[in-house]
Write a protein that binds this ligand. Structure first.
Ligand code: SF4
Length: 341
């Protein structure tokens, strides 16, 4: 087991449980009120946004960042084994368009599909703090001056938060909603090594401490389950670690194989096999039981948006089936988020 050091200030603050909004009393599920969660047995991010903004809010993804530390020219860093050439961009075909145009196009699509009225601009692709501060500031201004934009969400790596960026995040957070999503992926160094992330767990703790103490922004954590030799004990410990950090939400992904990635090469050599849906469901339901009911869940499983790139498992193509299966298992086993936390 890796020894990890949670910054003391974080540990103390969150052992006081000062971010709790949906306290549970440890009694049976029949006494637990799921209406806070829109009837779900976990705290979905949609309810978190409703509580925060008083109405439904939807993310508008944009692809503006063009690279990351692992992809910059002349780096010796290997690629993260799961990352495709688009760096997790949802709308990679629009990435050559200016930011304002991407916001307008994608906001329109979401507004039509969900009758949405309020939005967060989600800087999703690659590493969105890996640029000059002046450039980031300009992007934030463009995003926040657009109609019906309630705030911004930045996707980044834990080792890409230099001190010079923190005042900008803090200043922006004073006037608008800001969330930083950190791609931690795992709280275990041996899994980060397998994933070729190029950073260790301690970087994650340091990033969370910096964001919390110097900016006050909301913090989301990305995690990957389905790693080789992952144990139930690790899944439980992951939830317990999160419960003691000043974060507001978590996003779960199952490790899946996309073409033209280092993982695809391992898969083709027979060195990696993704887990089946049943096993993934067990991991997520175990995790949720131990996760504080106050941490919102952005997503229960990965969805491959570019089907032609997906090699395995095929269930990652389906948006609803894994989520529904997890919800079904929570119900059939009378369990819910935080039941054992
Ligand atoms: S996952 Fe992020 S940090 Fe890793 S190679 Fe892809 S874009 Fe870069």
């Amino acid at each position: 087991m890796n020894k990890v050091i949670i910054p003391r200030s974080i540990g103390i603050l969150y052992s006081l449980g000062n971010h709790l909004t949906n306290k549970h009393d440890g009694k049976g599920s029949s006494e637990f009120d799921f209406s806070h969660w829109g009837g779900h047995r976990y705290f979905p991010i949609s309810q978190f946004y409703k509580q925060r903004f008083g109405e439904k809010v939807y993310k508008v993804s944009v692809s503006i960042a063009e690279t990351c530390p692992n992809r910059q020219p002349n780096t010796r860093m290997p690629l993260c084994i799961f990352c495709d050439e688009w760096g997790s961009a949802a709308y990679h075909l629009e990435r050559d368009k200016p930011l304002q145009e991407q916001i307008i196009i994608n906001r329109e699509k979401i507004a039509k599909r969900y009758r949405a009225k309020k939005f967060l601009v989600y800087f999703q692709s690659y590493t969105n703090t890996f640029d000059r501060v002046s450039e980031l500031e300009q992007r934030f201004e463009v995003a926040l001056s657009e109609e019906n934009i309630a705030g911004i969400v930045l996707g980044t790596r834990p080792d890409c938060l230099p001190a010079r960026i923190l005042p900008l995040l803090q200043k922006t957070h004073e006037s608008h909603y800001v969330m930083v999503e950190l791609g931690l992926q795992s709280f275990f160094d041996h899994h980060l090594t397998f994933l070729q992330r190029g950073h260790y767990v301690q970087r994650g703790y340091d990033a969370i401490a910096k964001l919390h103490e110097h900016t006050g922004v909301d913090i989301g954590i990305h995690l990957i389950f389905g790693l080789p030799d992952e144990t139930d004990e690790e899944i439980i410990q992951t939830a317990q670690i999160l419960n003691n950090l000043p974060i507001s939400n978590v996003k779960l992904h199952n490790l899946h194989v996309l073409s033209k990635t280092p993982l695809a090469e391992q898969y083709e050599r027979g060195e990696f096999q993704p887990i089946e849906l049943d096993e993934y469901i067990n991991k997520v339901t175990l995790f949720l039981q131990h996760l504080s009911p106050d941490i919102a869940v952005q997503r229960l499983a990965a969805v491959a948006s570019r089907w032609d790139e997906l090699i395995a498992p095929q269930w990652t193509k389906e948006k609803m089936r894994p989520t529904q299966a997890i919800e079904d298992q929570l119900k059939s086993q009378s369990i819910y988020q935080g039941k054992l936390s």
